[in-house]
Design a binder for this molecule. Structure first.
Ligand code: ZN
Length: 111
């Protein structure tokens, strides 16, 4: 599992063309030699992020979101759930404002 060298967060993303970026602390670093399947998957997540966030905001349901991720990104089930959790955490503030914060937290827990 790739982690941010600065803060240790596991929610590392690929920033085209050639960097990793940590959404938590903003640290970016070069992509060295690594698993190209993972990069491809992250690039697809990056491209479909807006769509996935819209889905999450409409209905913060991890099951549904993970299915959507699997569909759009082609990730396996375990990865799809991981990505779904990441999206839910990302939109948590907005969900709280909509009164869906509690539900989203439960979804993240059981996802
Ligand atoms: Zn970081």
């Amino acid at each position: 599992m790739l982690t941010c060298p600065k803060c240790g967060s596991q929610d590392v993303m690929v920033a085209p063309p050639n960097n990793y970026v940590c959404p938590r602390c903003g640290h970016t670093w070069d992509i060295g030699s690594l698993d190209s399947g993972w990069i491809e998957e992250e690039a697809k997540v990056y491209r479909t992020w807006g769509e996935l966030v819209d889905d999450a905001l409409r209905s913060p349901d991890c099951e549904t979101l993970a299915r959507r991720v699997a569909e759009l990104v082609g990730a396996d089930e375990r990865r799809a759930r991981q990505i779904a959790r990441r999206i839910l955490r990302e939109v948590m503030e907005e969900l709280r404002l909509k009164g869906l914060g509690e539900r989203a937290l439960r979804e993240i827990e059981r996802c």
